[in-house]
Write a new protein. Structure first.
Length: 1020
């Protein structure tokens, strides 16, 4: 006893006090992190959320990551932030009685019924979900602002009579707008990118409405129509429509904000008569200096505050001097070198000039409008060292300015090129047409195109490029196959001497006159969706046509139409969708239905949207009556049963073919509201919603190669191909290199998460649409043109679309991929700078693999923030010269692989930027690369995309060791899903907390202190 008393007396009592204080601190820390000490719960009901992701989001918002949630803790929350959480179920929302603003975009929500009767919600943002039924919204009494872009909505009738003031339905399937006429408080409406709205008459319900802001971006409308009656409009967006004449827009005298980018107008003068216009967008138009000066002339647009004109081919911006009150100018992606005209704009405080040819910005230093909170973007310009110094000084005084980090040396002046082109040069007026032809001919962007360069071109595919002028194409003498759909073409006279042309696809343009085709012996013609009124084709050449699609035009002479159609002796496919004069089939007795003519006879016919009543003569076609397969496909017939006689309906029932009935009792004829997607000459599905295929015995699959591949890959018998339960049990399948041409039936594999259909002959991906669980898709090396449906897969994380017929990355944007896609592979895909900006919408991208393309700029990678910790950027064999924009992205660090070999990098990129990136931890490969072909890219570690919550390759069972769990800021060293019984008995409900590095460090300090005390005790 005396011994222990001596020890106590000998040692400073402060040491003992410190030890007890450390022990108390450690216990307090465990209490805060684990919740093993039970909190005193507020009185109220315990809240349970069926959706785990919803619960986690709520816990983060109230700052309570463990323990039960009491309803009183949710009482006063007026805003919920649930974006991008993978939430499926909103049950539990009823426990937020004072909720005013619900933000739940970019999730997997289908059912809104938990919102029914909510007393306080005024604002809901549910964009980027899977919603189709709006009826619950009608039962939210105070709802005013509704955002539902990128969903699956077609029916607006539940919203009739509601008090909604703002409604955004962009990128849905809406066609009937009549319910909007009964929404008397509606002020703001967005219906852009709804493909079913395909003519201006469908906007009739908006006539004389009270709407103040209207977004029609991308609709297939060709005139303003009832829009000119909407006198309350203050903001109008008709970007990317097919409108060619804006006469009457000056009636909208209250317009303050107008967007008409991408239009091909002959006359812009009506907008000069809008007295209160403050914001104007006129981008994506090849303006000449004379045109822009005539538009923005002295005295016009005196009150304009903002002008957007990017990708306008501008070289001279002296016109801005005529905008005395301008505050914001957006002139990026042009050819501007002299910006001195902006120096006198005293109210200017926002200026975007990136991607031009500007060297000198020293005049900014004297501009009085640029001060604190001003905004300037001049990156991707060859600025001088003096200009960069000015930019740094402006930055120091509070101006937000984005500029290159390194100066560009003054180039050695080159000899002035001869202004007169060589005699054998091929010249084009349209930049996008020339760009496409250069790509097809394998030419660079500089120098003249010569006749010998284009002499061997036989096939040209230039879809969705905003081409408006095809002059020059007449100098491609051997052209046999020309595709120009979804452009802005009005005049096809350059084709009149294309004697070798056999296949012509011009659907969805603005063509009025077909007479230039009169002398051509065409076999396939698709002019669906134009403004054609006269089918002016040479009778002598009609016998050559085997495929004709003239639907959705403006024909008015039935006799002339019948006369032409009656001479189609060898036609096999005929599309007559939405043709008003088609009120009978008097031409049926002629060669069209002669089963002795043609190789196969007629086997595909679309009469939806016509007023045809009698189809009796179709019974003479053995293709229809016997169901003879043609070109590997069943014959098809699309019709409106409401228009047919009873006798004709009986005939249809006897056909052994695929039929598509689109009954519409109120629209038997031209005003049929059927979506133009019924354009089956493009091999599109007949059903509005792709579901299960019709089963008539055998299997669900049309393509025998697909049948064989599935049987061989998963060991099925033929009988099992008709067993839905067996098919739904397939989770992963490799169908590469099987000569498959059709995926019809693949939708029966409803639980697929991984599919490889590379190296086949597939053109159409729409059969994949119902497979919402897909995480991994390889479609490389197929003749695929339309990839737009890929953007709607909510879980897609890995995509290889190398070497397909569509290189437009913009088609992937506007859906769910922004939050889900982590890996994108586009090897040898013709990707150029115009596509790269689309990457900014794929904001979770961690791997971008794009070797052997036409990329010269990398600034689009500046804003992507997920490349750290094992990401990859592979851009070998491109045309990249400047890595400067990568310097500005702080996420380019820490284990990123950047392979950029065989690119013409400038000296700054080699000497400065590459080394700086290496100092950050980036593995920069400028020489021999580790990947040399697409096989390597496509066959990387297959488990990478299968993990669920982890940030490192490995199994997803939650019991392995990982370096970091995504979405967890604490940086656990381990991930343990289940807590052992011994830990639970000690009150440790979350074993992961014990493994937190901070906890381990404090525990180590505590053990060290105890050891020190013990050593001192033994020493005495």
């Amino acid at each position: 006893m005396d011994h222990y008393m001596n020890i106590f007396n000998t040692y400073d009592k402060n040491i003992i006090t410190f030890v007890f204080f450390a022990l108390f601190s450690l216990l307090l820390f465990f209490h805060m992190h684990t919740g093993s000490i039970v909190h005193a719960q507020p009185s109220g009901e315990v809240v349970n959320f069926p959706d785990r992701q919803f619960e986690i989001a709520v816990r983060e918002q109230i700052g309570k990551m463990s323990g039960t949630i009491d309803s009183s803790e949710l009482m006063f929350l007026d805003e919920l932030e649930l974006e991008s959480r993978g939430i499926r179920d909103l049950t539990g929302i009823e426990y937020f009685p004072n909720l005013d603003n619900l933000r739940a975009s970019n999730n997997n929500i289908t059912d809104l019924s938990p919102l029914i009767g909510h007393p306080s919600i005024r604002i809901v943002n549910l964009g980027d979900n899977l919603i189709s039924d709006l009826s619950p919204l009608a039962q939210i009494p105070n709802l005013e602002w509704v955002y539902l872009w990128n969903n699956r909505i077609s029916d607006l009738s539940p919203l009739k009579g509601t008090q909604i003031r703002t409604l955004y339905l962009n990128n849905n399937m809406v066609s009937d707008l009549s319910p909007i006429a009964e929404m008397n408080r509606l002020e703001d409406l967005g219906i852009s990118e709804n493909p079913s709205i395909n003519n201006v008459e469908m906007l009739q319900p908006l006539t004389n409405s009270t709407i103040e802001r209207l977004d029609l971006d991308g609709l297939r409308i060709r005139s303003l129509g009832p829009i000119t009656t909407m006198l309350n409009l203050k903001r109008l967006d008709i970007n990317g429509t097919q409108i060619t004449d804006i006469a009457g827009i000056d009636k909208l005298t209250g317009l303050e904000d107008l967007s008409i980018s991408g239009l091909r107008l002959n006359d812009y003068s009506p907008i000069k008569n809008l007295p209160f216009l403050e914001w104007l967008s006129i981008s994506n138009t090849n303006w000449t200096t004379e045109q822009i000066n005539n538009l923005v002339s002295p005295g016009s647009f005196q009150y304009l505050k903002g002008l957007t004109c990017y990708q306008c081919n501008l070289t001279d911006i002296s016109f801005v001097k005529n905008l005395p009150y301008i505050e914001r100018l957006e002139l990026f992606d042009n050819k501007i070198s002299d910006i001195s005209p902006v120096y006198d704009l005293q109210y200017l405080n926002s200026l975007t000039l990136e991607r031009n040819q500007i060297r000198d910005i020293t005049g900014f230093a004297e501009m009085i409008g640029f001060g604190y909170d001003s905004y300037i973007r001049v990156y991707d310009n060859p600025l001088t060292a003096e200009s960069i110094e000015v930019a740094r000084n402006m930055e120091s005084r509070g101006v937000f300015i984005e500029y290159p980090q390194f100066a560009t040396p003054t180039p050695t002046p080159l000899p002035t090129p001869t202004p007169t082109p060589p005699a054998n040069a091929v010249l084009f007026n349209d930049y996008n047409l020339e760009k496409g032809i250069r790509k097809e001919a394998g030419l660079g962007q500089n120098g003249y195109i010569l006749r010998k360069d284009v002499a061997e071109i036989t096939r040209l595919e230039l879809d969705n490029l905003s081409i408006y002028d095809i002059s020059g194409i007449e100098q491609l003498p051997n052209l046999t196959n020309l595709r120009l759909p979804n452009n802005n073409i009005t005049d096809i006279s350059p084709l009149k001497n294309a004697k070798k042309l056999k296949k012509l696809k011009l659907n969805n343009n603005s063509i009025r006159d077909l007479s230039p085709l009169y002398e051509l012996k065409l076999e396939k013609i698709d002019v669906f969706g134009n403004n054609i009124s006269d089918l002016n084709l040479n009778p002598a050449n009609l016998k050559h046509i085997i495929d004709l699609n003239i639907g959705d035009n403006n024909f008015n002479d039935a006799n002339q139409l019948f006369e032409v159609l009656g001479q189609l002796e060898n036609v096999q496919k005929l599309g007559l969708f939405n043709i008003e004069p088609m009120d009978n089939l008097g031409w049926m007795s002629n060669g069209v239905f002669n089963t002795d003519s043609g190789e196969e006879g007629l086997w595909r016919l679309n009469i939806i949207g016509t007023s045809i009543t009698d189809i009796s003569d179709l019974s003479s076609l053995s293709n229809f009556t016997d169901g003879i397969s043609v070109e590997g496909e069943e014959p098809r017939f699309a019709y409106n049963s409401e228009c047919l006689s009873d006798e004709s309906k009986e005939k249809v029932q006897s056909f052994k073919i695929d039929t598509n009935d689109m009954p519409d009792p109120n629209n038997c004829g031209f005003h049929n509201t059927t979506s133009s997607n019924q354009n089956f000459n493009n091999n599109q599905n007949f059903n509005n919603n792709i579901g299960f295929p019709t089963f008539n015995g055998g299997s669900f699959f049309q393509d025998p190669q697909l049948e064989q591949a599935i049987m061989q890959e998963v060991g099925f018998s033929y009988a099992m191909l008709s067993d839905l339960n067996a098919l739904s049990g397939i989770n992963s399948i490799n169908l590469s290199g099987r000569q498959i041409y059709s995926l019809e039936g693949i939708q029966t594999l409803m639980n697929l998460t991984e599919i490889d259909i590379s190296n086949n002959n597939i053109e159409d991906l729409w059969w994949l649409e119902p497979l919402y669980n897909l995480e991994h898709i390889n479609i490389s090396n197929n003749p695929i043109y339309d990839i737009g449906m890929l953007r709607n897969f909510p879980r897609l994380r890995w995509l290889d679309m190398s070497r397909i017929n569509n290189n437009n990355l913009w088609d992937l944007t506007g859906g769910n991929l922004g939050s889900s896609l982590e890996t994108l592979i586009v090897y040898q895909s013709g990707i150029d700078d115009s596509h790269m900006d689309a990457l900014t919408n794929l904001y979770n991208l961690r791997e971008f693999i794009a070797p052997e393309n036409n990329i010269s700029r990398v600034d689009s990678l500046r804003g992507l923030n997920n490349f750290a910790n094992g990401g990859q950027i592979i851009l070998s064999n491109n045309g990249i010269y400047d890595l400067g924009p990568l310097y500005d992205n702080p996420s380019l660090c820490c284990g990123l692989i950047l392979e950029i070999m065989n690119n013409p990098l400038n000296q700054n990129s080699y000497d400065n930027i590459a080394n700086e990136l290496r100092r950050r931890g980036v593995e920069v490969i400028l020489g021999e690369g580790q990947y040399t072909n697409n096989q390597n890219y496509s066959n990387q570690t297959s488990t990478t995309f299968l993990g669920t919550d982890i940030g490192y390759t490995g199994g997803g069972d939650g019991t392995s060791f990982f370096y970091e769990e995504e979405g967890n800021s604490r940086g656990f060293l381990f991930n343990v899903d289940s807590t052992p019984e011994w830990a639970t008995s000690l009150g440790l409900n979350d074993l992961n907390t014990l493994l937190d590095p901070t906890v381990i460090a404090i525990f180590g300090i505590f053990i060290t202190l105890l050891g020190t005390v013990a050593q001192m005790a033994r020493g005495r």
